[in-house]
Design a protein around this ligand. Structure first.
Ligand code: NAP
Length: 231
């Protein structure tokens, strides 16, 4: 199983990034900048091709199907409803893959006002995890910062933390590698049951729940310990 081979430090990890917008484009640039190959896919393949051309030989564009099939880890950098559609459509291809979900349960009305698209007690992470084949290695990650903060917060000293949540050791090992390659310090905030803490609106470990701040490892541990008590 390819995903398990990733545990070996010398084994090269290929990451499919589905969606080349704010989050997917930023992450692709960061991973390629660290020498990590990516396969990018978008709704309009021309958008994926433009990004791959910009990034050079470590990147290639593909269809969603080909990108998932060819990768060890798959980041769904698309909106939650699209993730639901794509996971349902490509479930068999996701067997044994590490699946990374950065989605927030956010929608916008006609006036541009943000609202929550799931009940308060349901996380996007739990929704996506429940759709995956049992052999997939799910992890919630890469959605805790706004896209501009993700782009500008990389490679600080001390490193800014990106929280992740997973119940799966293979997913944990892989996301640690990806987060470090992106220029951040990984910190596990818990399992899928804790994914809502990493999501906006409402998550206490999302940047919006941390007064817009990026936190270093010491600050992140302190924030994790101060679990927000909601009425
Ligand atoms: N933006 C943020 O600050 C931020 C922060 C944290 C988390 N997130 C989460 O990250 C996810 C992506 O947000 P974003 O702001 O990066 O979105 P975005 O800029 O709107 O980009 C969405 C991407 O999804 C692609 N896409 C749409 N339908 C698709 C399909 N059927 N197959 C393949 N690709 C498809 C689009 O392709 P085209 O390029 O062809 O249109 C586009 O590249 C969301 O779940 C969001 O909640 C966003």
């Amino acid at each position: 199983m390819r995903a398990q081979q990733q545990l070996g430090k010398g084994v090269r990890l290929t990451t499919a990034i589905i969606g080349v917008g704010n989050i997917g484009g930023t992450l692709a640039r960061q991973l390629v900048g660290a020498g990590t190959p990516v396969i990018v896919a978008a709704k309009d393949e021309a958008n994926a091709e433009a990004l791959a051309n910009e990034l050079g030989p470590l990147a290639r564009a593909a269809s969603v199907e080909d990108a998932i099939a060819s990768a060890d880890a798959v980041v769904f950098a698309v909106w939650l409803d699209t993730t639901r559609e794509l996971v349902a459509k490509h479930a068999s291809l996701l067997e044994n893959k590490v699946v990374v979900d950065p989605s927030n349960p956010i929608g916008f009305d006609a006036d541009g006002q943000m609202s929550r698209t799931l009940p308060d007690d349901q996380s996007a992470g739990a929704v996506v995890a429940a759709l995956l084949p049992a052999s997939a290695h799910f992890v919630k990650a890469f959605g805790t910062l706004s896209a501009p903060a993700l782009a500008s917060g990389a490679n600080r000293e001390p490193r800014a933390v990106l929280f992740y949540a997973t119940d799966d050791d293979t997913a944990a090992t892989t996301i640690q590698r990806l987060v470090r390659a992106a220029g951040f310090e990984p910190l596990r905030a818990g399992g899928v049951a804790d994914a809502g803490r990493l999501e906006a609106p409402g998550g206490d470990l999302h940047q919006f729940g941390l007064n817009g701040e990026l936190v270093d490892l010491n600050q992140a541990h302190a924030a994790m310990a101060m679990r927000k008590v909601t009425a």
